[in-house]
Write a protein that binds this ligand. Structure first.
Ligand code: ADP
Ligand code: MG
Length: 275
């Protein structure tokens, strides 16, 4: 496979949308896998207690495994919680165990509760693992875990499902991003919006696509991820769709999306927005 440009500095993208089922986890693991295929070392941090990203990357995430939970507590370094995926030597994962389910509440009592992930994800820590890209897979809420992800990143990637009510809740997400940007992380912006689960047979999908592009312009990737059964089957085999069926439309669309993200860099189109 041909290689994609290495970023000048490592890029950290938080994949967020407080709606469940919009394609956060699917996009985080498949974009990471696509970059890895093209020679870029990529880390997925699973920040959802459900551990779906860990499952998709087939990384051990039984309770007691060094995970993002211990990293947030400050008990384990990021590097020590990082596992190499079996799919590619370029693809790494910090898993989430069920222990993370209590973290949202435990964090409330802790010092610097919003910036614990940022502290763990220092430049030195990322250098130690040696990755070019980090994707943080957020849970479906705007709680402290998602705030930690937004404080630790410069970029937010918002997956939007091409369906009715697609824009519902987006205003709240954007105003939370603005709050974090103002008070906790001035470098934060929405760099990327990815349309997911596009069904070309419906008129609605085109309406949603047009509406999202109208609101967000260039921030929206040209590549749209189609609804594709291979994408939904892959996780049950502990694989990304790139490993499960590299020739599928789902796999090829994630390759294209990753290429766009890599080629346009972190600044192009970058802006935060309101709705
Ligand atoms: P989230 O992390 O936002 O909750 P997921 O990535 O887990 O969302 O996706 C929700 C469900 O939709 C999963 O079962 C996933 O396999 C499925 N899915 C995601 N993207 C696609 C797609 N492009 N085609 C078909 N199914 C998809
Ligand atoms: Mg998820």
């Amino acid at each position: 496979p041909n290689t994609l440009p290495k970023p000048d500095r490592r890029r950290v993208l938080t994949v967020a949308n407080q709606k469940g089922g919009v394609g956060k986890t699917t996009s985080a693991v498949n974009l990471a896998a696509a970059l890895a295929v093209h020679g870029l070392k990529t880390l997925v941090i699973d920040l959802d207690p459900q551990g779906n990203a860990s499952t998709a990357l087939n990384v051990d995430h039984r309770s007691g495994t060094p995970s993002v939970y211990e990293v947030l507590l400050g008990d384990v370094s990021l590097a020590d919680a990082t596992a190499v995926s079996e799919q590619s030597p370029n693809l790494f994962c910090v898993p989430a165990t069920i222990d993370l389910a209590g973290a949202e509440i435990e964090l409330v009592e802790m010092s610097s509760r919003e910036s614990r992930l940022k502290e763990a994800l220092s430049a030195e820590a990322i250098n130690e693992i040696g990755v070019d890209y980090v994707f943080i897979d957020c849970p479906p809420s705007l709680g402290l875990l998602t705030v930690n992800a937004m404080v630790a990143a410069r970029e937010v990637l918002i997956p939007i499902q091409c369906e009715y009510y697609a824009l519902e809740g987006l205003g709240q997400l954007l105003s939370n991003i603005d709050l974090v940007q103002k008070h906790l992380n001035p470098s934060l912006s929405v760099s990327t919006i990815l349309l997911t689960m596009y069904d070309g047979r419906t008129k609605l999908a085109d309406q949603v696509t047009a509406e999202v592009r109208g609101h967000f312009g260039d921030v929206v990737l040209k590549t749209v991820i189609p609804r594709n059964v291979k994408v939904s089957e892959a996780p049950s085999y502990g694989q990304t769709v790139l490993a499960y069926d590299p020739g599928s439309r789902g796999a090829m669309s994630y390759i294209d999306a990753a290429k766009e993200i890599a080629e346009r860099g972190s600044t192009n189109g970058s802006r935060s927005g309101t709705l």
